[in-house]
Design a protein around this ligand. Structure first.
Ligand SMILES: [Zn+2]
Length: 472
């Protein structure tokens, strides 16, 4: 697909061929200019958890939205503001809302980065820096597509709205209320989000929903002061043992999750979804080698690797803490953090109740605190926009994308169906080894440039929707 006369990335796109100019420094290609603008955007820290870079980050994002040719607006949320932008297209065409987030995960220990997190660089065909993939590089590709189309035609093929969350990395606590309050402003026919990696095989894909997240902290109390293990062993109840017992019991001996009621609301996959899952399955052996494990977790029967990720709930212990190493004492408290990924139609509330019930039934004196609760979503394959978006991806990349019914990670995708009543489709641009939330986060340059092409292709395809039936 060509835009503005020559494919993005080709030398011809600049049209600079005159002799006098070739002696000077060659003019920058469109890709080079886009990358320069992205690096500049990445230079602004925007860590929602710590506040690093705020409030400048919001202003910087407003400028990026305006520079693309959209009318920007900061939306107050009670927390960090969201940034909105829009530009009207023809009335006959649908309205698309592009969702992304401009906040980033903390950089963590800088010593673990090979390249500094907020001094983005391009090296070995990748853009390195915090936010390059999660999520600035991905939504910036959409902004560049808007800019490209406007530079070419001075108009957009369809109405484009952009909503950039400033709190996604802290669980988007205000997004649901914001979308509810601003439902007229945000009204659209579909939502497109680009976050997380492409399919594990590297293939482009269209995601139909994501898993939800329920983050819990569970605690057991012991003696009111730390006690000597020699003087009080056999006497003082040990909170670590109480908590270990309660948690271990969450799994049956075959490895399956044994919490009564946990699976009650899990939606059965349709035949089309099941076929799509099989098609999207990937090489188990390669994954095991990559993560350095001899085998996968047990307890999932015949479910394929991809089905476990995209269509089944998971329950992980992500941290456990009690006492001090070599202290020879009985601790006063034990704590564990549980990460539960939910699938349609489980709700954080009912699963929390199931976990609570599990402890209560065993008489386990365990406290439970909900740290984060994001419902899951699953968009039906037979919504009107899946063919439009997958056709646009094919036109832009030359390959039919994989259609997948879910995503192992969590994005606040449920709000679109709940608040706007429209389908939302995930079109991720990042490479699988993007290292999001880790040191050396990166986005392949080729994926970013393709992302711009894909986004422009989607907007153009939406411009032709609904397809005109035979001319009068
Ligand atoms: Zn993230």
């Amino acid at each position: 697909m060509t835009l503005g006369g020559a494919p993005i990335g080709s030398r011809a796109e600049t049209g600079q061929t005159s002799r006098s100019e070739t002696r000077q420094k060659p003019a920058k290609t469109r890709s080079e200019q886009m990358l320069e603008r992205l690096l500049d955007y990445l230079r602004q820290p925007s860590v929602s958890l710590t506040g690093e870079g705020f409030p400048q980050a919001t202003a910087r994002t407003m400028r990026a939205v305006a520079a693309a040719g959209l009318e920007p607006l900061a939306l107050e949320t009670g927390g960090r503001p969201a940034v909105f932008g829009q530009r009207r297209g023809p009335q006959s065409a649908p309205t698309v809302l592009i969702y992304g987030h401009y906040d980033v995960h903390p950089a963590g220990d800088r010593a673990r980065w090979n390249l500094p997190p907020f001094q983005p660089t391009i090296r070995a065909g990748r853009i390195w820096g915090r936010g390059s993939a999660d999520n600035k590089g991905q939504h910036f590709a959409h902004l560049e597509a808007v800019r490209l189309l406007l530079e070419r035609d001075d108009s957009l093929p369809c109405t484009v709205k952009v909503l950039l969350d400033g709190e996604e990395e802290v669980g988007s606590p205000n997004l649901d209320a914001l979308v509810h309050a601003e439902r007229d402003l945000l009204a659209a026919d579909l939502v497109i989000w680009s976050d997380g990696p492409v399919h594990e095989s590297g293939a482009w894909c269209v995601r139909h929903g994501s898993r939800g997240l329920l983050a819990l902290r569970v605690t057991a109390e012991g003696p009111k002061r730390t006690l000597h293990a020699g003087s009080f062993g056999n006497l003082a109840p040990n909170p670590a043992r109480i908590l270990i017992d309660a948690i271990a019991d969450m799994w049956a001996s075959d490895g399956s999750i044994a919490i009564a009621g946990f699976h009650d609301d899990v939606r059965r996959l349709s035949t089309t979804e099941r076929v799509a899952l099989t098609r999207a399955n990937f090489n188990d052996q390669a994954l095991l080698e990559e993560i350095g494990a001899p085998d996968f977790e047990v307890g999932f029967g015949n479910a394929s690797t991809f089905e476990r990720l995209a269509a089944l709930p998971s329950l992980s212990i992500t941290a456990f803490r009690a006492g001090e190493a070599r202290s020879a004492s009985i601790p006063t408290v034990a704590e564990a953090w549980l990460d539960i990924r939910l699938v349609a139609d489980q709700s954080p509330e009912s699963v929390t109740e199931a976990v609570r019930g599990h402890f209560a039934k065993r008489g386990a004196k365990v406290g439970l605190e909900v740290l984060e609760a994001i419902p899951p979503s699953r968009v039906p394959f037979d919504n009107p926009f899946t063919p439009v978006v997958s056709g646009a991806l094919e036109a832009a990349t030359g390959a039919l994308p994989l259609l997948v019914p879910g995503y192992g990670g969590t994005v606040p995708d449920y709000v679109w169906a709940k608040r706007l009543g429209v389908p939302s489709l995930g079109v991720p641009f990042a490479n699988v080894d993007e290292s999001n939330h880790a040191p050396d986060e990166n986005l392949e340059v080729a994926r970013f440039v393709a992302g711009v092409r894909i986004s422009a292709s989607i907007l153009e395809a939406l411009g032709g929707y609904p397809p005109q039936t035979s001319a009068a």
